[in-house]
Design a binder for this molecule. Structure first.
Ligand SMILES: Nc1ncnc2c1ncn2[C@@H]1O[C@H](COP(=O)(O)OP(=O)(O)OP(=O)(O)O)[C@@H](O)[C@H]1O
Ligand SMILES: [Mg+2]
Length: 297
């Protein structure tokens, strides 16, 4: 059977960024996406960057530390791993990788420099977090970037909410502009290239309520204006209507008969019902308005 169009469109994607207004289901959708990719036989890393422990709660495993933890092993051979990126650990790793700081990194931590960089200095935290995602996307079995095969077939990022995501993804562009040359410039430029690559897409999760829908529309406009590739808009928590549309249409057509039937059923259940509150109070209205206290006793 041919894959559905969305699955085909997302087939070569290496980085899935999942955003949305707070509480709409970013972590749930990112987890479901990671699981579905793993079920296709892929090795997938699910990453969170806000120290919320949303992944461990979703999969009911102990809180994630700085090490990657296997969450699911699928019979297809696919695997889903989880990681909660910690800005401090990412900074120490960064200093070690780029400056071979070793123990000096520990000294910087004691002096409060690491705390300063990861919690106070604006934007540095996001540089470190996106840097870690970049590292994971490009990690190879050969040790060096570009050597050997890729460790992860896909990385799914449970990203900051819509209000902050464009700044989060765009922070390296600013860094590349500030540091005109040298290792920091080239690292920031590489991260920017990876995020704008067509194999990186941003999915926006929403629920069908006014604020989340508006924020999603704003985020889609902002992200595409900033040159990030858009993936899917996921409408989460869609509930089946309590009364199916065709039944509603029938109720409208057969109003009085249905009212009689409902009244008979209520009486059979021991509920005494009075007259309808007003003429033309159709069953459709009755399903959308709270019942008047006097309509049944
Ligand atoms: N489709 C769904 N069906 C049932 N429950 C859901 C669904 N999507 C999300 N939830 C529940 O809604 C709550 C919020 O979801 P989730 O934690 O994924 O949102 P979030 O956008 O990541 O929130 P936050 O902004 O706090 O990180 C959770 O309890 C989750 O289990
Ligand atoms: Mg979450």
């Amino acid at each position: 059977m041919a894959a559905p169009p969305l699955a085909r469109a997302l087939d070569g994607v290496r980085l899935h960024v999942v955003t949305g207004k707070g509480g709409v289901g970013k972590t749930t959708v990112a987890s479901a996406l990671g699981l579905s990719l793993a079920r296709q036989g892929k090795r997938v890393l699910l990453v969170e960057v806000e120290n919320r422990q949303g992944i461990s709660q979703t999969f009911d495993v102990p809180p994630l530390g700085t090490a990657e933890v296997r969450l699911v092993q699928d019979p297809s051979g696919g695997e889903l791993w989880g990681l909660s990126v910690d800005a401090k650990a990412a900074l120490l790793e960064y200093l070690q990788t780029f400056y071979k700081l070793g123990r000096a990194g520990g000294a910087l931590e004691k002096m409060g420099v690491v705390d300063f960089a990861t919690t106070i200095a604006p934007g540095v935290r996001d540089v470190l977090l996106t840097g870690k995602v970049y590292e994971a996307v490009g990690r190879t079995s050969g040790g060096k970037r570009g050597q050997g095969s890729l460790v992860w077939d896909a990385v799914v990022l449970d990203a900051p909410p819509t209000g902050r995501v464009a700044r989060f993804l765009g922070v390296n562009e600013q860094v590349a502009g500030l540091a005109r040359m040298g290792p920091i410039h080239s690292q920031a430029a590489s991260i920017t290239r990876m995020l704008r690559d067509r194999r990186s897409v941003v999915h926006v999760v929403t629920v069908l309520e006014e604020m989340p829908v508006q924020e999603s529309a704003d985020a889609v406009a902002e992200l595409s204006a900033a040159g990030f590739g858009l993936g899917a808009v996921v409408v989460n928590q869609v509930r089946e209507p309590l009364v199916a549309p065709d039944l509603l249409a029938r109720l409208d057509a057969d109003g009085p008969e249905v009212e009689e039937q409902v009244r008979a059923d209520l009486t059979a259940a021991g509920v005494r019902s009075g007259p309808a509150p007003s003429a033309g109070c159709s069953p459709r209205r009755a399903t959308t308005r709270p019942a008047s206290p006097s309509s049944a006793t």
